[in-house]
Ligand binder design. Structure first.
Ligand code: FE2
Ligand code: FE2
Length: 220
């Protein structure tokens, strides 16, 4: 199939949240919200010292942070494989190239997360992410349900890829904010770097859809 020209469009309907996607930078706006009325077991003295404990490795807040890191670490590793399949299935060269470039970035996201674990003095561990597993399955369904060499397939792959990016954007936006709150500045910087690449990818996918893929899919 022919390759397409780059889009002039910068925003659009393919992904209305593009540019301030999903949870993104605002995602932890609730983080300042005071906890709801405490559970019965917590004494007022433990509550008053809570803010001092938040960055301690054994605090529940830190535990939550570590669990979420393990989740996205699993997701990124699974994505390296999944993006390879999506890239091979793509019809247009432009989409295949975009997916291939993001697969490379995703490998770096895995490495970066390993640096995050290291910086926190922890061994990198993955914990299965059911959400990403489902999103990857959706991508496979699109491949199974569409014709090879069709633009409809590309349109479907872009939708799946953008769902994946939005999940990542929500995750990295939140984790970056948590890291900053805990005073892990280097970790926050690494997570923010990945967040930026996820957002760029989302914008690129929107451009591909709007500049050519959707139109060609409609004409098939
Ligand atoms: Fe990623
Ligand atoms: Fe991504």
């Amino acid at each position: 199939m022919a390759t397409r020209t780059q889009s002039k469009s910068r925003t659009g309907s393919q992904s209305k949240t593009t540019g301030r996607s999903a949870a993104g930078s605002k995602s932890m706006s609730t983080s300042r919200t005071a906890p709801r009325a405490s559970s019965s077991s917590r004494s007022s003295s433990s509550r008053s010292s809570k803010s001092q404990n938040e960055d301690m490795p054994n605090s529940k807040f830190h535990q939550l942070f570590m669990d979420q890191l393990k989740d996205i670490y699993w997701a990124e590793k699974a994505l390296v494989k999944a993006l390879g399949k999506m890239q091979k299935a793509a019809t247009s060269e432009e989409l295949a190239d975009a997916i291939s470039n993001h697969q490379e970035q995703t490998r770096e996201h895995v490495n970066r997360l390993e640096r995050v674990f290291e910086s926190l003095g922890q061994t990198a561990k993955a914990k299965k992410c059911p959400a990403m597993e489902g999103l990857i399955e959706e991508g496979q369904e699109v491949i199974d349900d569409t014709e090879e060499d069709s633009s409809v397939r590309d349109a479907g792959l872009i939708i799946c890829a953008q769902k994946i990016e939005h999940y990542e954007i929500a995750t990295y936006g939140s984790l970056r904010t948590l890291a900053g709150r805990m005073g892990h500045e280097e970790v926050a910087r690494l997570l923010d770097q990945t967040l930026g690449e996820e957002k760029e990818t989302d914008v690129l996918l929107t451009q591909l859809a709007e500049s050519s893929v959707n139109e060609e899919a409609a004409a098939e």
